[in-house]
Ligand binder design. Structure first.
Ligand code: BGC
Ligand code: ZN
Length: 366
């Protein structure tokens, strides 16, 4: 079968490889599932991997099959898989267990190990191939009615984890009734965070660099949320003028904005950071002021990465409600399909150089 791979450490090494088709027998105890891949989304992480800034191949391999935002259909299951059957639509989780206590209880996303295993990213092959096999433990069923948007489930889980963690942390308050939320960034993650916070009943302000109107700001407004351009006002100036935020979800990829966000938080508020920023940017900040306000206002800031199985399941639920509430809104995020694994150059070209992209994805099979 064909797959798209990179040679980690070698910039712009993306290429097509030929590999044996995997078999359900590779997984112990009859718990294997063979998935025919239908669509795979790509994002900034794939870009960084192809730029050789990130990622490692599985032990014994000199290449890494990329792709962590998979969506496929089950072709075959092992003898002890009863919860999923051939013909079901599925998405696989990304991170695989390591050694820490958190890995042992199924929360691999909270690992304290230094080494982590992520399919398509670090030490494990990904999903940009015609087929993959995995343990039923890591495969989540997607309802038929979500098949057009199922490829958005993995990015959705990043949002699910961040927002769920925020609500978990706020149980410290006994009563927390958040009213105003800010989402920083209007890309795929920012738009999905806007959606989820609207579904939770908050008044949401989504900040992006570009001036409205454009597709992303239209999509924000279709949800009944507000779009604000950071080219006109910073998030902290906006908060000072119009009111501070109970919850802020940061997903811009631009780390200095974190310090603006820290100053836009309401008393008892929570700031969730989700951008993976591999660079070495520096920033000068009003440290005393930020610290004082955090202390005097009992504010919280939390980082979040990856997602365990429970967030894939809650993601499916929110996506289902989103279809009931907002119709085909999610499908409008799927702006740039690229047909066929052999067009991997075009996939990366679209991801890197085309303007007005929300989600680029490969149509692997049908
Ligand atoms: C993926 C996460 C992953 C993170 C860090 C993101 O692009 O969506 O699943 O944990 O990169 O590798
Ligand atoms: Zn990703």
């Amino acid at each position: 079968m064909k797959a798209i791979a990179v040679i980690p450490g070698k910039p712009d090494s993306v290429h097509l490889v030929e590999m044996p088709k995997p078999s359900v027998d590779e997984i112990a105890d009859g718990r294997g599932i063979l998935v025919k891949v239908l669509r795979v989304g790509v994002d900034g992480t794939d870009k960084e991997i192809n730029n050789a800034e990130y990622g490692a191949p599985p032990p014994g391999s000199d290449f890494l099959v990329i792709g962590h935002e998979g969506f496929g259909v089950v072709e075959e299951v092992g003898a002890n898989v009863h919860e999923i059957k051939p013909g079901d639509y599925v998405v696989a989780t990304v991170r695989r267990p390591g050694q820490s206590l958190y890995d042992l209880i199924g929360t691999n996303d909270m690992t304290t190990d230094d080494v982590y295993y992520e399919r398509g990213i670090n030490l494990r092959h990904g999903f940009l191939s015609e087929y993959y096999v995995d343990d039923a433990e890591f495969i989540v069923k997607v309802p038929r009615g979500l098949k057009e948007v199922g490829v958005l489930l993995e990015p959705m889980t990043v949002v699910q984890k961040g927002i769920t963690q925020a609500y978990e942390i706020q149980r410290r308050l006994k009563v927390w009734r958040p009213k105003r939320a800010a989402v920083l960034g209007a890309g795929t993650i920012g738009l999905l965070a806007t959606l989820v916070l609207k579904l939770r009943g908050l008044d949401v302000f989504t900040f992006g660099r570009t001036h409205k109107p454009y597709l992303n700001s239209d999509l924000v407004e279709e949800l009944g949320a507000h779009y604000v351009s950071t080219s006109d006002t910073s998030v902290n100036d906006f908060a000072a003028e119009h009111g501070a935020f109970d919850l802020i979800f940061e997903a811009t990829g631009f780390s200095p904005i974190v310090f603006d966000a820290m100053q836009a938080l309401a008393k008892n508020g929570v700031l969730v950071l989700s951008s993976v920023t591999g660079g070495d940017r520096m920033a000068e900040v009003p440290a005393d002021k930020i610290n004082l306000d955090f202390v005097l206002g009992n504010r919280v800031m939390v980082g979040t990465v990856n997602a365990d199985r429970s967030y894939f399941e809650s993601g499916v639920q929110d996506m289902s409600v989103a279809v009931l509430e907002y119709g085909d809104w999610m499908s409008k995020l799927l702006t740039h399909p690229v047909a066929g694994l052999e067009n991997y150059r075009q996939l990366f070209e679209t991801l890197t150089n085309v303007k007005d992209v929300i989600k680029t994805y490969c149509e692997v099979g049908d």
